[in-house]
Design a protein around this ligand. Structure first.
Ligand code: DX5
Ligand code: ZN
Length: 215
């Protein structure tokens, strides 16, 4: 099963609630919410108040991608704000294993992400603690970039490792995903596709989501 998680970073923030309702009607499986702190990445996006308000308007799965320094300071607040899946960055956390365990204790799905330059192998010891891993296919920070093809080798390596050990871990890809390259990501082993521009900039968002799922 392939899941599509449109990134709201590419939506019209003046009508965020409607935009999320719209992608849910259009067949999205979840909404990808990119939190940026201006430290881990240069960009700043949004935080708790936005997620909390949005939670009141939507029951879609909130797939929260934390691009923040020291995420251990904030995961319980994101859980309270309404996150269903919480992804933090391997590069930003002081004790990734403890943080994954804490997210599960909070009753949420635990996920960890690696930037393009971080090798897949760092995640191997953590896999039993993960519900999902996120392989960034661009440098985190901005929507609308082109996918870095070499990152898909890491998806392949992770999928092989997960299968070899009989684990049940989703692999998400994020950055520059569109109908033209989704097939490559899926063949490499990804099953959760994040897409910002490819969904929100499309004339027909339902068709764009379908094209990703059927890639
Ligand atoms: C980038 C974010 C992505 C981004 C994806 O740092 O993590 O989720 O919004 O946007 P597109 O699909 O346009 O590359
Ligand atoms: Zn993201």
């Amino acid at each position: 099963m392939i899941y599509v998680s449109p990134s709201v970073l590419a939506c019209d923030f003046s009508k965020l609630g409607e935009e999320v309702a719209g992608i849910e009607r259009a067949g999205a499986d979840m909404a990808h919410l990119d939190v940026m702190d201006g430290m881990f990445v240069t960009n700043i996006s949004f935080g708790f108040p936005i997620i909390e308000s949005l939670r009141k308007t939507s029951s879609i799965v909130f797939d929260v991608h934390l691009m923040i320094e020291a995420p251990e300071r904030y995961v319980s607040r994101f859980a309270d704000a309404g996150a269903d899946i919480i992804t933090f960055h391997y590069e930003a956390a002081s004790d990734p294993a403890a943080l994954l365990a804490k997210i599960r204790e909070l009753g949420k799905k635990a996920s960890i992400s690696i930037k393009p330059a971080t090798p897949a192998e760092v995640l191997y010891p953590l896999l039993p603690l993960c519900d999902m891993v996120l392989v960034m296919t661009v440098e985190p920070g901005y929507g609308g970039q082109a996918l870095i093809p070499e990152t898909l080798d890491k998806v392949k390596a992770l999928r092989e490792e997960i299968t070899r050990r009989g684990l049940n871990v989703d692999i998400q890809v994020d950055g520059g995903i569109h109908a033209g390259n989704a097939k490559d990501a899926i063949s490499a082993g990804a099953n959760v596709l994040v897409a910002g521009s490819a969904v929100f900039r499309a004339e027909d968002r339902a068709a764009a989501i379908r094209a990703l799922k059927e890639a």
